[in-house]
Design a protein around this ligand. Structure first.
Ligand code: F3S
Length: 81
């Protein structure tokens, strides 16, 4: 399985992930991205078309703020405010 999350302190609000994968990423009021499917907790597995979109954003994020894992994340989720 593939899980994703934005390491929010590393996001510079460039906007690319939301352009490449609008189904997966959105911004808080400060323009900092979060992962939409599970409110950035990294606990909901991706599948199908979403996986392709995720990989695009993952590769293109300029600060590598988008993280991926083959198991659910369990650390501080950096949830949007
Ligand atoms: Fe931030 Fe990277 Fe998206 S800098 S807005 S997480 S592409």
């Amino acid at each position: 399985a593939l899980y994703g999350r934005v390491e929010r302190p590393e996001c510079i609000a460039c906007g690319l992930c939301q352009m490449l994968a609008p189904d997966l990423f959105d911004y808080d009021q400060a323009g900092i991205a979060y992962y939409k499917p599970d409110r950035n907790t990294g606990t909901k597995a991706l599948d199908g078309q979403a996986t392709i979109h995720f990989r695009l954003a993952y590769k293109r994020c300029p600060t590598h703020a988008i993280k991926r894992s083959d198991h659910a994340f369990d650390a501080d989720p950096y949830t949007p405010t």
